[in-house]
Design a protein around this ligand. Structure first.
Ligand SMILES: Nc1c(NC[C@H](O)[C@H](O)[C@H](O)CO)[nH]c(=O)[nH]c1=O
Ligand SMILES: CC(=O)[C@@H](O)COP(=O)(O)O
Length: 167
């Protein structure tokens, strides 16, 4: 289902685990900051709405989406008590193929972090053709992908906790 057929901000709290004891990291790219700040606010507000204590949310900034991989890796290493990390970025097609390489690099890098570390990293990186598409997905007509990412982070934190329990 394409994003245009669903609202990224909609969630059913009855299906979401209690998040009051979870601790989350959020790494935010400064490129297209009017978009990434909207994504961050969506994630932060959803965490608070689902019971996360604001003192249990740590935020770091990085220059661009390509640096999200290193930033998330260092956050995993620095705060081993985190239950999940969200990587927030906005990549918008320009004149050249640079878009392709940035998108592929950050995608593969975050995938690799999920394989290498026990702390899940949630992929909240918009990869859009136009600024309008980014606006529409960071609090606009299609909702907020940051909200979607926070819900995914809570669900993955619970999965990780449950999996540890059964060891
Ligand atoms: N064009 C965009 C970039 N480019 C910058 C790279 O992410 C990186 O910071 C640079 O290549 C130095 O390593 N980043 C975005 O997040 N969004 C863009 O649209
Ligand atoms: C995603 C990018 O790096 C891109 O926005 C840079 O723009 P350009 O391809 O015109 O150099």
């Amino acid at each position: 289902m394409a994003t245009e057929n669903k609202n990224l901000s909609q969630y059913d709290k009855t299906t979401i685990p209690n998040a009051k004891n979870f601790r989350f990291g959020i790494v935010v790219s400064e490129w297209n900051e009017e978009i990434t700040e909207g994504l961050f606010q969506g994630a932060f507000d959803a965490f608070i709405d689902c019971g996360v204590v604001k003192e249990n949310i740590v935020r770091w900034n990085v220059p661009g989406s390509f640096e999200l991989v290193y930033g998330c890796k260092k956050m995993q290493e620095s705060f081993d008590m985190l239950d999940a990390v969200i990587a927030i970025g906005s990549v918008i097609q320009g004149e050249t193929k640079h878009f392709d390489f940035v998108c592929d690099g950050v995608t593969q890098g975050i995938k690799d972090l999920n394989i290498a570390s026990d702390i899940p990293v949630i992929f909240c990186v918009l990869t859009d053709n136009t600024l309008q598409q980014s606006i529409d997905r960071s609090g606009g007509k299609h909702g907020n992908k940051g909200t979607e990412a926070a819900i995914a982070a809570i669900k993955m934190a619970q999965l990780r906790k449950d999996a540890t329990f059964y060891k």
